[in-house]
Design a binder for this molecule. Structure first.
Ligand SMILES: Nc1ncnc2c1ncn2[C@@H]1O[C@H](COP(=O)(O)OP(=O)(O)OP(=O)(O)O)[C@@H](O)[C@H]1O
Length: 350
């Protein structure tokens, strides 16, 4: 069992509040990713769950027990850091068994749990090596092994992949996810990388400036972002946001181009229209844009184009024969439109 309940949690450093009342409930067995730009407070929140930072106000519960005043080792959690923090003079087996030794587990039990973790993580041939004799990915696995042996209620990961090169990062991403599927241990994982969040999470918590912008499954966030921050943060290339007005039930750009809204009823006045790059088609009418670059990737063609004062990106499955400087008309799929309040950025359509 491993539930985590975060209720109205705040954090101040000196007089400055950096987390402004966070509420998140994590179910047993869930893989939850805290994601957001640098400085949004995700590491601080994770460190408060771990017991490495004091909670200024509010409550954190693990398995129904308030842990605010418990020390890290009393919380039934295991944390995997970006730096791995392996002991250089110990072998892989000793590194993995060390916390059990501290907890005074007997020798046979220690050996059994280290062997089991080594089997799960494919570390059996490396048990006698020292960290310096391991690759980055292998060190990462030892760091995870050290957590697994303790069989905690909750795993906490703080940007564990950011020191690895791109290829290894992708491999470790699937390894951690597969490990979670096998062990089913509740996991809270911090990253600033939205792709990591999308590919690994059962649910994502999007944070920004010390608040939670939205909580949902990866596809909920992708399909119905609650505001322009989430709309632009989740998805790559990012969702296009086009300023304009609702007039006569239609969206009209400053240049006078019209987008039909497929029966969506939104109050007249200024709005921002959100369109994902893959939801444009080239048509006879639509939003007039001037092509800036055309980038064929093989599987799709990315077109960057100017519209009024701004730029937008369209991604086509078919091979578009457009040239820089040319004018195209882009027709957004009416079933896939997002409308946001021009001032607050809040979502307007269901
Ligand atoms: N010890 C500290 N003293 C004062 N301010 C701090 C301290 N630690 C963090 N902060 C501030 O709290 C805010 C949240 O920091 P935090 O490290 O949690 O952000 P983050 O989202 O994890 O960012 P990053 O991805 O860069 O690590 C930031 O504005 C940061 O400057």
């Amino acid at each position: 069992m491993g539930t985590v309940t975060i209720s109205d949690v705040r954090k101040s450093y000196g007089g400055l509040e950096v987390l402004h009342g966070i509420d998140v409930a994590i179910a047993d067995g869930e893989f939850v990713v805290l994601v957001g730009p640098s400085g949004c407070g995700k590491s601080t929140l994770l460190r408060m769950i771990a017991g490495l930072e004091e909670i200024t106000s509010g409550e954190i519960g693990i398995n129904g027990r308030v842990v605010n005043d418990l020390r890290p080792k009393e919380r039934d959690i295991a944390m995997v850091f970006q730096s791995y923090a392996l002991y250089p003079h110990m072998t892989v087996a000793q590194n993995m068994g060390f916390s059990l030794k501290l907890a005074r587990a007997d020798k046979a039990e220690r050996a059994r749990r280290v062997a089991e973790a080594a089997r799960i993580l494919d570390l059996e041939p490396l048990l006698d090596r020292k960290p310096a004799q391991l690759s980055g990915g292998q060190r990462q696995r030892v760091a995870m092994g050290r957590s697994i042996v303790r069989d905690p209620a909750v795993f906490l990961f703080d940007e564990p992949l950011s020191n690895l090169d791109a290829k290894l990062r992708v491999a470790m991403r699937s390894e951690i996810k597969a490990l979670h599927q096998r062990l089913g241990t509740t996991t809270v994982y911090v990253t600033h990388d939205q792709i990591e969040a999308m590919t690994m999470a059962d649910r994502i918590v999007v944070m920004h400036d010390g608040i939670v912008e939205q909580v949902g499954t990866p596809l909920e966030l992708y399909d119905t972002p609650a505001n322009t921050f989430v709309a632009e943060f989740i998805g790559s290339p990012a969702m296009n946001l086009i300023d304009g007005r609702i007039e006569g039930g239609r969206f009209v750009t400053p240049g006078g181009d019209v987008v039909e809204l497929a029966g969506r009823h939104v109050a007249e006045g200024p709005v921002r229209l959100g369109v994902r790059p893959e939801h444009f088609a080239v048509a006879e009418t639509g939003i007039a844009v001037r092509v800036v670059t055309v980038e064929p990737t093989g599987s799709e063609t990315l077109v960057t184009a100017r519209v009024g004062e701004g730029e937008l990106v369209a991604a086509f499955r078919e091979r578009i024969q457009a040239r820089p400087g040319e004018t195209l008309h882009l027709h957004p799929d009416p079933e896939q439109l997002h409308l946001f309040d021009a001032t607050s950025g809040e979502r307007l359509n269901p």
